[in-house]
Write a protein that binds this ligand. Sequence first.
Ligand code: MN
Length: 354
Amino acid sequence: MSATAHERIGTDMRVIAVEEHISTEDFLSTAHAVDVLPGDEVEMDLMRTVESDPGLRGRLTDLDARLRDMDALGQDMAILSLNPPGVQPFPSSDAVPLARRFNDALAEIVRRHPGRFGGLGTVAPQDPVAAATEIERVMGPLGLNGIMINSHTGGRYLDEPEFAPLLAAAEANRAPIYLHPRAPSMLAAYRDYGMPGAIWGYQAEAGLHAMRLILSGTLDRFPGLTIVLGHLGEGIPYWLRRIDNRHAFAARTAGAATPMPKLSLTPSEYFRRNMVITTSGIDDPDVLELALRAVGADAIMFAIDYPYEDPAAALAFLRDAPLTDAQRTAIAHRTAERVFGIGQAERGENRHIH
Ligand code: MN
């Protein structure tokens, strides 16, 4: 990395971005030919349009160009993941082999670029047992850093009993689950004004999913899970105190029609124990300050959301946000190294000398 690049970030600090999407020409040509599950047509129409745009398609697939961007901005490493919504809109007979094939390609990319790329594997929750097997492969022979799941699958959520094998495999294999947004399962009221996407529907959907994991008792059954949420926690830090307060009230007043699982912790205690959040798409120092008060820098990771957000703006935010040195170091790389198991051997010491 050049001295100029370090001046751009204004420090000698290592920078890892953790929500960085890719695709492959192989995946796109195969996935765009597959039938879509009922209910997912709106989202897939949008994603096929996005992925067919020459500029965006190039930014998803051209890793040499991405490395040049990273070098120019002083970004050391990107944790790569398949462009959302991954394989989840497809029948499992297509989704399971598509996930395996993509993960093989991702592992090869990571192997070829030690210290520059890590990877989050893709799984097909449509088949929770196959997903569990794939998590073992992702965290074992493929040597990746975790998995990404794009919220609901056919309107089903990970707290539902059918997904227990998937969650058990994630816990046993220490695979952090990046719970990435997608268009809401209850699409009707979001369908207008562009709202299914990142403007509102994404965070509403991912926040709902995280709240289901907390309130269902899933995190009592799988206490070792790590759930990663983008967008500085999908709105939940703003609500934490009220969620605790209203959860206590709802638990006292719950009737037979709305049973409340008995939890061993308060909702905010699960949020602080099991969830880690990233800065993807929220370059707002006021929201970051709230997140720091809610969870602390050891639970916050830097992310750009490439190719959908401007990497230069995200890096400038990381550089300029009002943080202590310890907070900036944690957000820039240290939390990601802990959460994703990025060790000394992967730090690319032979690439450049700080
Ligand atoms: Mn994203």
